[in-house]
Structures are given as structure tokens and as C-alpha cells.
Design a binder for this molecule. Structure first.
Ligand code: E4P
Length: 220
């Protein structure tokens, strides 16, 4: 399973790279607004810098702000022209689905975002989205089981051999990641701190301390 990180922060992206767990990056307008970028030119420069931290088979999902069909196409084409590693992230709306279909025909990669139901995932796949992003955590927040949605999307996609890759988003904790890996989806996009939490187990700490103590008590 691929590990994407959900951030627009270059320091975090480089940290994930050094850790050896970086298969791609996803951003959204809220995440980009946390960075020191104050106009479109700076945002585009920032996206290029993120792409330069990535390797050839990795990509960055950069989201459009527009909501009309014509503007989403214009904005998406601009984003796609910034760097070959950019995947245009488009919201799940009627205009969004039309835009995804347009980009599919132009061979521009897309990530259909803000997906919360099987019906939406089905539309994204039929339109030819490269990725679909179901939001686990936001569903859990309103007492729907986000992981069930992931299981169901996977089975629907398998029924019809859709090529759209499932990129689980809105990851809140390590169980989301480990359960997604059991389901067998393509990728998760997670905050870096959730990836770090996968390291934790009290028996690892206890075991390591004991090994060191035993060694140091006998061997000078
Ligand atoms: C998806 O690509 C989004 O950027 C993201 O995962 C949203 O997560 P949140 O619900 O933690 O904001």
C-alpha cells in the first residue's frame, strides 16, 4: 500500500522522504492556506517545489478552487502544466464529474475528492478519475463507518474492473491505515503524525530497555 502524506508543508514532506515513507503528496485549499503563500503565483511556485521533492513515479494532488465547469478546466489545465507530477484534484460535483471526464479524454490525471458514498465513487470511476478520495475520518465524525465505505468501493470497483485507484483520505489514526492495508486499497493519504504513530508499541520500548540493561550489566 502506498503512503501519501496529506500536507502542503515542505518540511514535513522532506521529513517523510528521509523516513523512507513517501509515495506521494495530497493537498487541499485548507492545507495550502497554512503555508506562507499569498497569491496564485506563490501557490504555483509552492506546488512546483513540492513536485521537486518527489520521484518520478510519485505525484502531488493539487486542488482546484473553482466550481464552474469552464473555470475548473482552465484552472486544472494550468495546474497540470506546472509539473508532470501534478494530479488535478477535483471536487465531487456535477461540474466536477464533467471536468474529470474532460481531463480523462485529454490524458490529464485527476483525483476526485470529497467522496462520501458508493454512488459518488461509482460516478468518479465512470468519469475516468485516476484516483478517488473517500474521506474516512469525516464519515466517522458523523457516526458513519468510513472503513465500510472503503470496503464497499473496493468491491464495486472490482465488479466492473474500474481502473480508478482508491486513495483513502481524512485519516485520523493508525487503525485507519492498518485496516485500509487489510482491505487492500492502493493508498492512504495521512498526516505525518499518524504515520509516526504506527511505530508505537509499549512492548517494543520495554523490550529495548531490557536488552540494553542486560547487556550493560554484564558487558563492560
Ligand atoms: C484529502 O485529500 C484531504 O486533503 C484530506 O485527507 C482531508 O482530511 P481532513 O478530514 O483531516 O481535513
Amino acid at each position: 500500500m502506498k503512503f501519501f502524506i496529506d500536507t502542503a508543508n515542505l518540511k514535513e514532506i522532506n521529513e517523510a522522504r528521509k523516513l523512507g515513507f513517501l509515495d506521494g503528496v495530497t493537498t487541499n485549499p485548507s492545507l495550502i492556506s497554512k503555508e506562507s503563500v499569498f497569491n496564485q503565483k506563490e501557490i504555483h511556485k509552492h506546488y512546483i517545489s513540492i513536485c521537486e521533492c518527489l520521484k518520478n513515479d510519485e505525484n502531488l494532488s493539487a486542488e482546484v478552487i473553482s466550481t464552474s465547469y469552464t473555470n475548473m478546466i482552465q484552472e486544472g489545465e494550468k495546474l497540470a502544466s506546472l509539473h508532470p507530477r501534478i494530479v488535478v484534484k477535483i471536487p465531487m460535483t456535477k461540474n466536477g464529474i464533467k471536468t474529470i471526464k474532460y481531463f480523462y479524454n485529454k490524458k490529464i490525471k485527476t483525483n476526485c475528492t470529497l467522496v462520501f458514498s458508493i454512488g459518488q465513487a461509482l460516478l468518479a470511476a465512470k468519469a475516468g478519475a485516476s484516483y478517488v478520495s473517500p474521506f474516512l475520518g469525516r464519515l466517522d465524525d458523523i457516526s458513519y463507518n468510513g472503513l465500510n465505505l472503503i470496503r464497499e468501493i473496493k468491491s464495486v470497483y472490482e465488479n466492473y474492473h474500474f481502473g480508478t485507484k482508491i486513495l483513502a483520505a481524512s485519516i485520523r489514526h493508525s487503525l485507519h491505515i492498518t485496516e485500509c492495508s487489510k482491505i487492500g486499497i492502493h493508498a492512504v493519504t495521512s498526516p505525518l503524525n499518524v504515520i509516526y504513530s504506527l511505530f508505537n508499541h509499549p512492548l517494543t520500548d520495554i523490550g529495548l530497555n531490557k536488552f540494553i540493561q542486560d547487556f550493560q550489566s554484564k558487558i563492560k
